[in-house]
Design a protein around this ligand. Structure first.
Ligand SMILES: [Zn+2]
Length: 109
C-alpha cells in the first residue's frame, strides 16, 4: 500500500510505501533531499483544522482543540524522536499519570 507524502520545504508531493518511509531519519524528499516530509493526509488534516479555527473562533482566532490535536499528531508523525516532540509526549504522559493519581486518591476518600 502506498500513501502520498509531502515535503514541507519544497511542496513536492509523491507516493511511497509507508513501510519505506516509517523511519523519519532516513526519509528524504526525492525532489530537494530535505527531511521535512510527512504523509500528506496528516498535513492536510492539520491545515483543515486550523482553517476551521480561523473561521469559527473569534479574534484573535486561537486554535481550536481539533486544530491543536491535528498539529500534535502531525509533529509526532514527522519527527517522533525530536526533542520538541519528546517534550510533548512527556507532558502527555505526566498529565495522564496525574489524572490517574487524583482519580485513585478520590476513590480512597
Ligand atoms: Zn522537498
Amino acid at each position: 500500500m502506498s500513501n502520498e507524502f509531502i515535503c514541507l520545504h519544497c511542496r513536492h508531493v509523491w507516493k511511497a510505501r509507508v513501510a519505506e518511509y516509517g523511519d523519519w531519519k532516513r526519509r528524504k524528499c526525492p525532489n530537494c533531499g530535505k527531511r521535512n516530509t510527512v504523509e500528506k493526509d496528516f498535513y492536510d488534516k492539520a491545515v483543515e483544522e486550523f482553517a476551521n479555527s480561523l473561521r469559527t473562533s473569534p479574534p484573535p482566532h486561537p486554535p481550536t482543540k481539533p486544530a491543536i490535536s491535528a498539529t500534535y499528531r502531525l509533529l509526532v508523525k514527522m519527527f517522533p524522536d525530536s526533542s520538541p516532540v519528546k517534550v510533548l509526549l512527556d507532558i502527555n504522559k505526566a498529565a495522564r499519570k496525574r489524572v490517574r493519581e487524583s482519580a485513585s486518591k478520590q476513590n480512597q476518600d
